[in-house]
Design a protein around this ligand. Sequence first.
Ligand code: GLC
Length: 755
Amino acid sequence: MDVQRSAQAVRLCNGAREKTIQWINRDLIRIYEQKNSEELVRLNYEEEPVVLDQEPTEEGAAFRWEGYLLRADESLNISVYREGRPCFAEYPGDATVYSGHKEFSLAELEGHKRTQSPVDFKTQISVTLFDDTDKLYGLGDKAAALNRREYEYVSWNTDDPTAHNESYQSLYKSINYLLVNHHRDRYYGLFYPSSYRCVFNLGKYSRNFFYIGSEQGEYDYFLLLGQTPMDITRRYSALVGKPLFVPRKALGYHQSRWSYGRQDLDQIAQRFAELGLPLDYIHLDIDYMERYKVYTVDQEEFPSMKDTAQKLGEQGIDLITIIDPGVKVEQGYFVHDDLEKAGGFATLDGQSYVNQVWPGDAKYPNYFQSRTAGYITQITKDFMTENKVAGIWCDMNEPASFRGPLPANVEFPSDNAMHLHDETHNLYGDYMVRAVSQAFTQQNRRPLVITRAAFATSSPFTTTWNGDNQSLWHHLEASLPQVMTMNLCNFPVNGVDIGGFGGDTAKELLIRWIQANIFSPFLRNHTSLHTRSQEPYAFDQETTRLYKEALRVRYDFLPYLYDLLENAHRTGEPVQRPLFFEYPDDEQAKERNDQMMLGSSVMLCPILHQGQRSRVVYFPQGRWVNYFTGERYEGGKEYLISMPLDAMGLFLKEGAIIPMYRGLTHIDDEALDTLYLYVVDGRDGEYLHYEDDGRTLDYEKGVFNRYRISKTGNVLRLQTVSANFPTRYQHLVVVQGDKETALPFAGELIFRLEK
Ligand code: GLC
């Protein structure tokens, strides 16, 4: 084998094949034959020094660095060992994939001849499954359990409104990232940086290996190493871009339906106020537009959107409007004419390409060209200012096309090169939200952009929802692993349509849905045209009461959620975490699809099945307290816990310090003058609390406060560790069980807790 070394890379050649291994830093390695183009897939990595020692071996090559060993065998198969134990290995056996494999075995038994031909991927990355307990997490929004082993998924953004289930191969997002667990405590991450269609066969084809297959992408992947899932996720987040820091108000409750009109808006605001239900945003779906023409407003329904928005704004409620990419083909319509004149649409055979979306015949803006992206930014800015709109909901950006898929050769040139649809498809939503989010950042506002389609690199620009679910119990059940997976894929501000989008919801389903999703950073009740109403008051008084109780929990926990979000933005650490993120060695924690951690101190264990009034809860190591009843539980055990319709399974870890607000019905900054510190007795601990203006980008210049709150024995201490923002806090209330003590707020405080 020929080994050519440069400072942090080696090129291996065995006569038949060549492979390069590049150490970007201790925990991030790129392995490739040929790199994928990085013109459109934008990644962030800079080499940091790694001291590599080449080891003598009898065959192949071996390199050692900081606790790791990488070996390449004579066939150039790579394997990595951590502290002497195997952690990752390319599959050294025969990984040829045959079409028709397995599916026809019954026919074969009947004596039919089975024809099999090898599938000819341009690239096939095959990775060893060491044993049957290896687990594969990741790939974003699929409607599946956390561990996606044995399924096959295809990265190809797809708008499909039929009922999603675990074997659905493609949904709206392409997030080519896997987090793999082998043995009790060995984890690694794998990212495939190609935007072309690719297949992730996660052990469905073979028990011995999983593979990524692509007809156009290159043999090129990033291997992410680390001790824990959290370490690996932080690395991954740095590579694809840290998640967006949304305005604080975005964490409030959103009410939506396809399609509210002007009168609905007044009625919703009034009903929510009368019932004391918290509400921060109402969404306007496609019917607010004039004949589905994006960036227009139907003047009959909304003679002055600005006045409507102003009136709602005075009641603490802001408007979010939907914008789709498809531009109606109509001479005289400004978006159409401006883009046509500027050559701003995707083209085929020298003409702007036309397919069909809501407005009928529509053209597709070419966001890959900076001039067109700049135009979209400008008209988004103008539209928001003119209509006093607070956020933009980007939909149908897979892109959807009602008259069949876009041909592979539709042209989406960038400023530098020609790119065709087969390369840009999975990035279309990504480039749309880059353009739209600029409309906010150019005004020193944090973006409030919500998207359905996304690529791995979209998270710095947008929040996401998981598309058209249905009012089905199994979609409620799927919502937990969906949001946890989006979180571990670096998309913390994610949620599903509460109550379900398609079909009619039912009282019990709606109650359980809001209880189960109460900590989703993006919290929106949304439903389709012609379905039964599902606002919190659409059923009976009991539904309204329980819905409101759930929303109360959400609004009370807001500062904790906001702290987690700020942390996610800085580090990439998930907000809604699978249990194994906190307990990576605990086998019991690895496939808990129906429990999740919010940060390190809060565990939500909702009811997800019709008629169920109790459930088994697994408590990881430590001691736990029921937030509602104060009951205590020992970790490392399962308990059967009663959860009637009014109970939601919320548990706090001993020693937890949780900052809270009380009684908010809108996230109105003026009202944030009292900080509650909810303290659970038990272990000593420390907590960092963050405060800023909640809406601008000034925090990037250091305009924020950070407080360290520590608990040692019965001494609770608050210290200000950075203070560059004029605090809104005037009072501090320490809450221990039923006992509350109010103090004037000060940057340094010492308080004696009750024994
Ligand atoms: C798509 C969206 C849905 C929206 C509808 C109409 O189906 O996913 O949320 O209501 O289009 O715009």
